[in-house]
Design a protein around this ligand. Sequence first.
Ligand SMILES: CC(C)(COP(=O)(O)OP(=O)(O)OC[C@H]1O[C@@H](n2cnc3c(N)ncnc32)[C@H](O)[C@@H]1OP(=O)(O)O)[C@@H](O)C(=O)NCCC(=O)NCCS
Length: 104
Amino acid sequence: VRLVAVAEHIESGRLVAFSELALPRDHPIEAWQWATLVLREHRGHRLGLAVKLANLDYLAATAPAVKLVITGNAQENAPMIAVNELLGFEVVATETFWQKSLAT
Ligand SMILES: CC(C)(COP(=O)(O)OP(=O)(O)OC[C@H]1O[C@@H](n2cnc3c(N)ncnc32)[C@H](O)[C@@H]1OP(=O)(O)O)[C@@H](O)C(=O)NCCC(=O)NCCS
């Protein structure tokens, strides 16, 4: 099951932000916070926080058995980390990812 919250820019009718939670079937007390995205021209107005919060409220109302929300962030993604800290998320582990660029 996926829960998605979106923000609509009323003037244009465009959806300009979304946040997505996934509920694994085999772990009913867990939810995974997947992507949150705000269109570049609408950033800086706390829409990321708004859609994330709306979705967490929706989660509490529709899946009250969930006790844990898990997510991951790139360490350099200061805006998303600021939102997560504001919401009370805590670091439980760090990971290192490797990449190799194939561009010449
Ligand atoms: C992450 C994202 C959703 C946040 O959107 P937003 O709500 O517009 O966020 P804001 O620009 O209001 O910033 C939120 C907080 O981050 C902080 N912040 C913003 N830009 C920052 C920067 N360049 N450096 C450090 N902190 C920054 C601010 O403290 C801000 O909090 P404040 O309102 O109290 O000042 C948006 O930047 C985005 O869509 N990024 C690309 C997608 C992405 O990386 N998603 C997360 C991984 S799934």
